[in-house]
Design a protein. Structure first.
Length: 416
């Protein structure tokens, strides 16, 4: 019967015009309260809310049946990465033509755990695989990662590929072998850390990628148009039928199709390495709101990936608030001039209620029949200003013409 309740939501009292205090909010959605008893209630926001609502959701409000504002918490499970870098000396650098370049790093005598190293290299544009080995005595080495990608491409803005990760170890010594035998790679400085990550909770977004009409040589270029709905995008996921591959990816975004900005870059790959499967099929970047998207895969001289499919992904937002028994709630948005609310609720709550609060279902978007734009009167009626301006200009012109005519008549009378 839950589906029936959702169908009836627009017909209930919640479908009435919003109270006068909320006349500047253009849209709302009714909530179907969860049946499970709880002091809290949550609701997951759909991607379609972006566009009608502000990008940052500053105009989001929750009200009860009587039009009273209800404080809420807005939650997004973003990826978190904690790093505490410490410098590590570099030694034993060298190059064996046709095989590899090498650098040995001293992580210190304290035995602190580490799982990431950041390098400074003299070269500006390169890509190489790196073999990472660890040792307790600098004599006996064990490989902790056979092939880690190391890259830097300044022209494309890809300068963040000089961080190598590996399984956590307390070994004092790290040996890095850059498996590019054509030319030497020289590491000048290094620093290490124990990196801890909390994965983001991303979901697919409604977007369709298509091949661009014009394909640059050596690339595969795909495009997507999100239209009016512009949810925050933070990742592109790839699928292909090819078993093994490695491609560099750049992601660009635009609002008008003329000015493009770099959204993110990275590498996608799938290959077997010493009996282990290495897979990375997602390019992650900071959240961006944009209508138009371009994704370019660098093929070089390799053929394009067959059966290529792209999926746009983003972190959904969730509202959570304290509920009252026998009370109804509505979610309001669509006020371009509203400032973000500030509630003391965030300081009073020590737990994370959105993790346990039962979820309410949001009804379809409804128009506020009592909506009045929050724009200034002159902005809402620009045609009246133009009409008044034209009338004023016309009046001045008429006065000027009459003044000239009157002056000519007086001059003629004086001549007589």
């Amino acid at each position: 019967m839950r589906w029936l309740a959702m169908l009836l939501l627009p017909l209930c009292a919640q479908a009435a015009d919003l109270p006068g205090a909320w006349q500047h909010w253009q849209y709302f959605r009714a909530m179907q309260n969860p049946s499970a008893p709880s002091a809290w209630q949550s609701a997951m926001l759909p991607a379609e809310i972006y566009g009608p609502a502000q990008n940052g959701l500053a105009d989001l409000r929750v009200i009860d049946r009587d039009g009273k504002e209800v404080p809420y918490l807005l939650h997004a499970q973003q990826e978190q990465c904690r790093r505490a870098w410490r410098n590590a000396p570099v030694s034993d650098t060298g190059f064996i033509p046709g095989q590899y370049s090498q650098a040995v790093i001293d992580t210190g005598p304290d035995g602190a755990p580490h799982n990431a190293v950041q390098l400074t290299l003299e070269q500006k544009d390169f890509f190489t695989w790196t073999e990472i080995s660890a040792s307790d005595d600098r004599l006996n080495w064990r490989i902790v990662r056979e092939k880690a990608p190391l890259f830097r491409f300044e022209q494309e803005g890809m300068t963040n590929g000089q961080v190598l990760t590996y399984p956590s170890t307390r070994s004092r010594w790290l040996r890095l072998r850059f498996l590019q035998g054509e030319k030497a790679l020289q590491a000048s400085t290094a620093r290490i850390t124990e990196e801890t990550r909390t994965a983001a909770r991303r979901v697919p977004l409604p977007a369709s990628f298509n091949l661009a009409a014009r394909q640059p040589e050596g690339e595969t270029l795909l495009e997507a148009d999100l239209g009016k709905t512009r949810p925050p995008v933070s990742a592109i996921r790839f699928e292909t039928s090819q078993a093994e591959f490695h491609r560099r990816v750049t992601v660009s975004a635009s609002d008008d199709g003329k000015t493009w900005r770099n959204a993110g870059q990275g590498h996608i790959y799938r290959y077997a390495d010493e009996g282990k499967q290495r897979i990375e099929l997602e390019v992650v970047f900071p959240e961006i709101h944009a209508r138009l998207w371009r994704v370019a895969l660098l093929n070089r001289n390799d053929p394009a990936l067959p059966g290529l499919r792209l999926e746009m992904r983003g972190v959904p937002r969730q509202v959570a608030f304290k509920r009252e028994a026998e009370q109804d709630y509505r979610l309001l948005y669509g006020n371009a001039r509203a400032a973000a609310p500030s509630y003391e609720l965030a300081q009073l709550v020590r737990s994370e209620p959105w993790q346990t609060a039962p979820a309410a279902l949001l009804g379809p978007q409804q128009d506020n029949g009592a909506y009045v734009s929050g724009d200034a009167w002159s902005e809402r009626h620009p045609w009246l200003l133009w009409t008044a301006l034209l009338v004023a200009v016309g009046g001045l012109a008429w006065m000027a013409i009459n003044a000239l005519r009157f002056g000519k008549v007086e001059a003629q009378e004086e001549d007589k």
